[in-house]
Design a protein around this ligand. Structure first.
Ligand SMILES: [Zn+2]
Length: 202
């Protein structure tokens, strides 16, 4: 009989996979794996089914990069959002944070990260070429840069302002209602709405 030991066999395999998730270290991974072992079979299989279902269905929208089960996503398919402002965010969870504020009725563009030369993330690694193409095709009335208020997010905002202004489009940056060094994902809806309302030309 094989005894389930930490770090070996089926248990170790799950721990190894869980540790790939950002923010999950060995201790947390082991705690989750112990929890899964103790779950009734149907709940454990529901978890693995949910992961498979998600991976089979959710894809980045070909237009904006938002994660969605439809392509184009519901936001891009919404005619009422057409031709208005385009809000540029780093990741889909930032888009969700702005959507839940209810303060924005235009479309989005998800960059897929922020410029970070030290980590080898240059403009070509982000969906910036696609953004320029969209501006030319969709002619939005304004580009709201809502990258995170971190060093990388600020550098990305500056880069975008310099790149996009010559295209003749108004470029604004959300106000600092969001704390410096913070992440849009964690901003409450009221703070997010205020940051959008207080945006300024850049
Ligand atoms: Zn979309």
């Amino acid at each position: 009989m094989t005894i389930a030991r930490k770090g070996t066999g089926a248990f170790g395999r799950l721990v190894k996979e869980l540790k790939r998730i950002p923010g999950i270290g060995t201790k947390s991974a082991e705690r989750i794996a112990f929890h899964v072992v103790k779950l009734p079979d149907e709940l454990a299989f529901a978890l693995s089914d949910a992961i498979r279902h998600l991976k089979e269905r959710v894809r980045p929208c070909a237009v904006c990069g938002n994660l969605s089960e439809s392509n184009p996503c519901e936001i891009c398919a919404d005619e009422q959002r057409r031709g208005r402002a385009l809000c540029v965010v780093e990741e889909t969870n930032d888009l969700w944070a702005i959507e839940s504020s209810g303060a924005f009725a235009g479309r989005y563009h998800v960059l897929g990260g922020a410029l970070s030369p030290l980590d080898g993330v240059g403009p070509e690694r982000l969906r910036i070429g696609e953004l320029v193409q969209r501006i030319q095709e969709e002619a939005p009335e304004e580009i709201i840069v809502a990258t995170n208020p971190t060093a990388e997010g600020e550098a990305t905002a500056h880069y975008l302002a310099c790149l996009l202004r010559p295209l003749g489009v108004r470029v604004t940056r959300i106000a600092r209602g969001v704390p410096m060094g913070g992440d849009l994902e964690y901003a409450d809806p009221v703070t997010m709405a205020k940051a959008l309302q207080g945006r300024a030309d850049v």
